[in-house]
Design a protein around this ligand. Structure first.
Ligand SMILES: O=C(CO)[C@H](O)[C@H](O)COP(=O)(O)O
Length: 226
């Protein structure tokens, strides 16, 4: 069973939580794409929902599938957001932003009554310390000063000559950081002027669908045992 097949299973399982009348947040990345496709298939069969997207790519896909899309700038609250993750641990601490969308992903998740993560088994880690680098979104004007404040473990995504640009027009630094105290790290990152967001999701995730070798399990925050 390939990871992609597991991603599709997790996405379809989360998409089944969506019911008529809901206002949904659509995540970003290959796993979220499977969920959007599964929701789109249900919309084609008559499911009546509206949605906002966390990236231009997810917005374009959702529109192609006939999902009624709203501008998040007009939306104060959402019922449910379904999104992928790069790593998630037993505390439901997650790292996101491999696809560069973590700033929009976080504001959409924070505005949602529930956030559900969908992931293949490779994303389950014992602790996010063992996970990927932490992406940090940077105001381009403050590129040099933020990189200096982040320290030697920070690398500008795409490199100095052709930096990766987010949907928000900003840069990303991928940071090797000691995550033994993730809350302290989140507070330190948020306090750097010119940092617009980061990929540490410590309080947002309410539930997760994990798919491994073709089997999907669903866990709520608090009952994930690793
Ligand atoms: O946070 C994200 C994008 O910013 C993605 O959800 C995360 O990178 C997982 O991606 P994939 O499902 O492709 O493995």
């Amino acid at each position: 069973m390939t990871d992609d097949r597991d991603k599709a299973l997790a996405g379809a399982a989360a998409a089944a939580e969506v019911v008529d009348g809901m206002l949904i947040g659509l995540g970003t990345g290959s796993t979220a794409t499977h969920a959007i496709e599964a929701i789109g298939a249900r919309v084609a069969q008559g499911l009546s929902i509206r949605a906002v997207a966390t990236s231009r790519a997810s917005e374009a896909l959702a529109r192609r599938l006939g999902i009624a899309m709203l501008d998040f700038a007009d939306v104060p609250r959402l019922d449910l957001t379904i999104d992928g993750a790069d790593a998630i641990d037993p505390r439901f601490f997650a790292i996101k932003g491999g696809g560069g969308a973590m700033l929009r992903e976080k504001v959409v998740a924070a505005a949602s009554d529930r956030m559900v993560v969908i992931a293949d088994g490779s994303k389950r880690v014992a602790a996010i310390d063992a996970g990927p680098l932490v992406p940090v979104e940077i105001l381009p004007f403050a590129r040099a000063s933020v990189l200096a404040a982040l320290g030697a473990g920070a690398v500008l995504r795409g490199g100095e000559h052709e930096p990766y640009v987010t949907d928000n027009g900003n840069y990303i630094a991928d940071c090797r950081i000691d995550l033994s105290d993730p809350r302290a790290v989140a507070a330190r990152l948020a306090a750097i002027p010119g940092v617009l967001g980061h990929g540490l999701f410590l309080d947002e995730v309410d539930a997760a669908y994990f798919a491994q070798n073709g089997t999907v399990s669903r866990l709520e925050r608090g009952d994930y045992s690793g």
